[in-house]
Write a protein that binds this ligand. Sequence first.
Ligand code: GTP
Ligand code: MG
Length: 262
Amino acid sequence: MPRIAVVGQPNVGKSSFTNALLGEERNIVTDIPGTTRDAIYTKYDKFGQKFYLIDTAGIRKRNKVHEDLEFYSVIRAVKTIEEADVCLLMLDASLGLESQDLTILSLITKKNKGLVILINKWDLVNNKETNTARDFENQLKDRIAPFTDVPIVTVSVLEKQRIFKAVEVAMEVYENRKRKIKTSELNDVMLAAIDRVQPPSHRGKFIKIKYITQLPLPYPAFAFFCNHPKHIKDNYKNYLENQLRQHFNFTGATINIYFREK
Ligand SMILES: Nc1nc2c(ncn2[C@@H]2O[C@H](COP(=O)(O)OP(=O)(O)OP(=O)(O)O)[C@@H](O)[C@H]2O)c(=O)[nH]1
Ligand SMILES: [Mg+2]
């Protein structure tokens, strides 16, 4: 079963979200940051969807952690990220994206976990116009670059707005993260892309990518076999990643690209 963890800073509404989905007050909700100390696993089985939902302790910046208890909460939250398939990174709409959130985000991407960003407490945003959510999303994307192929959902747990949408999106990301592309299709698409924009040569050395395979890992990872793997530049690697994202749906999943000698 998929394991979906709700992570984020203290007090953003992680336990409230879990309770709202389960339809019961299973996890303690208070306005005191740091209420949840342990990761709490619950089985969700509704509307044809089954997964483990993991409520975690809020993650604080290390230097703000004074108490021992809080320190261990951070360790546990990090462990939860490691155990999860998809992480729902919850933000507070009234605070926006803070540096701690970027720290959590980089933990999630380093571990190659699926990612959905939930902007909670959307009810607190005043004067919502048609474009408010879109503007908020675009600003957020600028700040989380280069990994921007990430779903962002504005929610209000308090008003039960879009919480099931959040679940749906999380399950999509779960599928995207484990998506396997047939080798023939992968090579057709990517060799054509490589033909259109070829890797720049390095000191007169012509770089030729011969074929591509997807690695048997729980997250998208691809090996590009070529003659001079060390001489392929990062911007070309970015081009390849963008091409993969344009042709196949990997939204919310990290993509690892390796160059190997052949
Ligand atoms: N206005 C508003 N308040 C919310 C919303 N969701 C949660 N809250 C409030 O935010 C406070 C914190 O909620 P919790 O669910 O305990 O937050 P948490 O992220 O689990 O916090 P920790 O366990 O301390 O990390 C509570 O007072 C909630 O009632 C929302 O959508 N809108
Ligand atoms: Mg909590």
